[in-house]
Write a protein that binds this ligand. Sequence first.
Ligand code: ATP
Ligand code: MG
Length: 253
Amino acid sequence: MANNTVVIALTGKGGVGKTSLCAAIVRLLTAKKPDSKILAIDADPAVGLLVSLGAKAPHTLDQIRKSVAEDVTGKLRDTQDILAEAKFKLMDAMEEQNGFCFLAIGRPEAAGCYCAINAYLKKVIEMVVDDFDYVVIDGEAGIEQINRRVLEKVTHLICVSDQSKKGLGIIGTIKEVADELVMYDDIGLIINRAPLPDKITESEIGGVKIVSVIPPDDSMTENDIEGKNIFELPENAGILKGTEEALKKLNIL
Ligand SMILES: Nc1ncnc2c1ncn2[C@@H]1O[C@H](COP(=O)(O)OP(=O)(O)OP(=O)(O)O)[C@@H](O)[C@H]1O
Ligand SMILES: [Mg+2]
């Protein structure tokens, strides 16, 4: 990478808080690094980050991919040409709002396989990374995107888990796969919605250092009930404090 863009990705099993923490990271970066260019990418076809951030998405990556392909007027085009045009459309789609840009992978209409869109996402990450200071990626649950090297260029991998033995038990596996397929500079674990934080006495789990333990946050629950986004949380919300601590431990803030 030409510059030192910080590329953060959140990974972990389903429902542990990846999207919420991703949104919290974006909010903290917009507040603490107001002069930097920030891109949030929703890499989960189930699209949740948009709502959490209260963002607008004029076009998804899948739509851009299709429109570029449909522009082909006969002859096969050079991949480089297609990517250049895709980049142009991407920059257009990524209009800044609330101090950050937003891009969603979208849900491919052709049923079944997300491989193609994931391969495209990987290219897009490589392509736009130099145009931003911070890229924050809300990954799909599970390790598919790590396996497919979509997250190869990530500099800071944040594993998210609940406090269950089962959840924490797979952190070591995630790290093993990431060690091979992600070129990260640093990796950390956030234990989120931990009901008994005092029970956590270890400093690392599965070889991954714990960078924050976040108890259940009532203000987050209230936000959920009222359908509010992350920017509507009070500044002293536990989830924001806990996320800030994680970013400090990872030397991002
Ligand atoms: N610390 C917390 N305290 C209270 N509620 C939380 C906390 N963290 C997350 N939540 C809530 O838990 C639910 C699941 O969180 P979220 O959608 O962020 O998880 P996820 O890992 O992205 O899920 P998925 O794998 O389905 O994408 C949401 O309703 C969210 O608001
Ligand atoms: Mg999610």
